[in-house]
Ligand binder design. Structure first.
Ligand code: AHR
Length: 307
């Protein structure tokens, strides 16, 4: 059995503990690190036996991990999909094995929603919209063109697709807003910096940077400073996440606005896993509560920010 050394061969450990197999995206960002910690800590305090697997950013690794969880007959499988597409086959395998699946943080684009029990996480489209709304307000009454560069998240990932779409949807109302360059920075600091360097070389005038997460924005800040420009002043910066490093840069005026995306999904995930195992009905969609931060608001909460 998967839960202990007592020869138990059914689902769950011999000691009655819920066994949860979790496949994580990787460790690409500060957000992800905080998310992993939240899941590990809440499993421990909820008395859940967690089988944690790191996919290192690769879908094929996640599919392997899920198949291993099926073979081990864990009670519940949860995962945060690296990309949105290509999950139907493995999800069908889990369903056929009678192991419930919980999508965590990111969605899949499977048409058959019976392939998973529930999806807990943020509304990424709304996050993109909030970013766009701040920009529209900030440039209210102005008519000059506003040149925007965009650092996208991992190609094909739900937060990259949705944050791009939500933002575009809001700024399209005013033709003065122009996304002059948009490229992936893989949700990492290193790529954010590197891609921003190329943007700065290629673009004669950049007014705004919209980065799909804090880490890419923080990398870009290094590139902007190295180019002799002042982040937050010469180039306005909007990011998503609100991790501590991002909030610090925001409080220093190097970032102008952060849309929060909460990584603290652990406690709710454990709760859902227990309910699903007990056969209780759970809502199809569980939304995370989130806010937005200006520099002043960041200053006020920075000291208590845990991640
Ligand atoms: O899926 C959530 C996103 O993944 C976070 O916003 C980003 O930082 C992370 O890598």
């Amino acid at each position: 059995g998967c839960g202990g050394d007592d020869g138990d061969s059914g689902s769950g450990g011999g000691d009655g503990k819920l066994v949860l197999g979790f496949s994580q995206v990787g460790a690409e960002s500060g957000w992800r690190t905080a998310n992993t910690k939240s899941i590990q800590e809440s499993a421990a305090s909820a008395g859940v036996e967690l089988k944690f697997s790191d996919a290192q950013g690769k879908q094929e690794n996640q599919i392997k991990a899920i198949r291993n969880f099926i073979t081990q007959r864990v009670d519940v499988i949860a995962f945060s999909p690296v990309v949105e597409s290509g999950w139907d086959t493995v999800l069908k395998e889990a369903k056929d094995a009678n192991i419930p699946v919980i999508l965590t943080d990111r969605a899949v684009d499977s048409q058959d929603t019976s392939l998973y029990k529930t999806f807990i996480g943020s509304d990424f489209v709304l996050e993109g919209k909030k970013a766009g709304e701040w920009l529209v307000k900030d440039y209210e009454g102005k008519t000059d063109p506003v040149n925007i560069v965009e650092l996208q998240g991992t190609p094909g990932a739900a937060p990259a697709n949705d944050r791009k779409a939500g933002f575009a949807d809001v700024i399209k109302a005013d033709p003065k807003f122009k996304v002059v360059a948009s490229q992936t920075g893989q949700f990492t600091r290193t790529d954010g910096k590197q891609v921003m360097e190329t943007f700065l070389k290629a673009q004669p005038k950049i007014d705004v940077l919209y980065a799909h997460n804090d880490d890419m924005g923080l990398g870009a800040i290094e590139a902007i400073e190295a180019a002799g420009k002042k982040p937050g002043t010469d180039i306005k910066i909007i990011t998503v996440d609100a991790v501590k490093d991002g909030m610090t840069a925001l409080s220093e005026g190097k970032i102008n606005y952060i849309v929060e995306c909460s990584p603290l999904l652990g406690p709710q995930l454990m709760d859902l896993a227990k309910k699903v195992k007990a056969g209780e009905t759970v809502p199809q969609r569980v939304l995370t509560e989130e806010t937005t931060f200006t520099p002043e608001q960041a200053k006020a909460v920075l000291a208590e920010r845990k991640y």
